[in-house]
Write a protein that binds this ligand. Sequence first.
Ligand SMILES: [Zn+2]
Length: 390
Amino acid sequence: MVALLPQQVLITTPRGQASIPVTSERGAAAVAAVLLSGPLGLALSLDGSTIRARLAGSEFEFDLGAPFVGYAGTAYPLVGAPYVARDTVFLPLHWLSDYVPHLLAGRYRWNPWLARLDEMAAPAAPPPPTPAVVVAPAVVPPPVPNPMTGLRLSHTIVVDPGHGGVDPGNPGMHFPRGVAEKDITLGIGRLLRAELLRRGLTVVLTRATDTLIDLANRPLYCRADCDLFVSIHVNAMPPGKRQGQVNGVETYFLSDAKTEDQKRVAQMENDALRFDATGTVEGPLAYILRDLQLNEYLRESARLADLVQGRVAAVHPGGDRGVQQGPFLVLAAARRPAVLVETGFATHKEDGAFLTSAMGQRKIVNAIADGIVAYLLEFERKLAVGGPGR
Ligand SMILES: [Zn+2]
């Protein structure tokens, strides 16, 4: 894989700015902690294998070699682990780019495109209260949870039925005549919208009819007012002796493909690029690789994939093929947790029948919706810990 890590991060503060080199010698991007002490005012202590980093009056705790950061009694997963090299502590860039802005809400802002961390000016001290004025209590009562889901906040989900229009997706060997992947993904997508609406969530479909949307444009539906992105697809095995045997469901999140099967599926789904008027392979692929390094939503996507996969696998007649990772263009541009569900194999007889049946589609849709709600419940619990800054 081409290394497109940021070479450095720029840290800007009201006291000045500094450029800190990023290293990827251990795979994941990391920064030397000692360099952060200058511009950020990070105070470090190393006690055995425990690293404590104090920043803006808050303490983060790391353990050498462990891909987690502790904050206010909670352990958060990290891409990469802290390590010591050349007598220097290196901390994962993920901590700086994701957790510092989120957990120290309002103090820092991360710009993934410029690899820049901005420290906000401290807010001006409030004027002293005037004793004569009666001030309304500042405590806002927590919103009442939705009785069906237990969710307290409103959430918007973007559902993306794969392919469409001149791009049929896979031809659907065990689907009825004239039915292709694009029809099944649209059917499941529309049912999923209805189910999520029923549960009180807001839903945007990238397509509600048989039309083609450029791959690179699909994630644009998931911007400011969007909590997560789910793309729906149907898998297929190429001709050969495994073709009719492989079955089951798998859920992907964006990463570099590790296995031949993962590469095959990513290639198949990215193949819709052929139909994109503007789609040059070089641009989008470079985009994916750049995005991989900076995607702060990678871990969240992995968790969402895990919850969705578990629910769907439990009701699927085929095997549980697990959470997978691949460089999917459709996931690359989403600035939110994003997953792609391969709901079964059109090249497998039983999977094909399941995917085309009303009962099968209903089971898949309920299971995906269960996974999404479970993820959002976790997300709301984390917000309660991390403050309102996300
Ligand atoms: Zn597909």
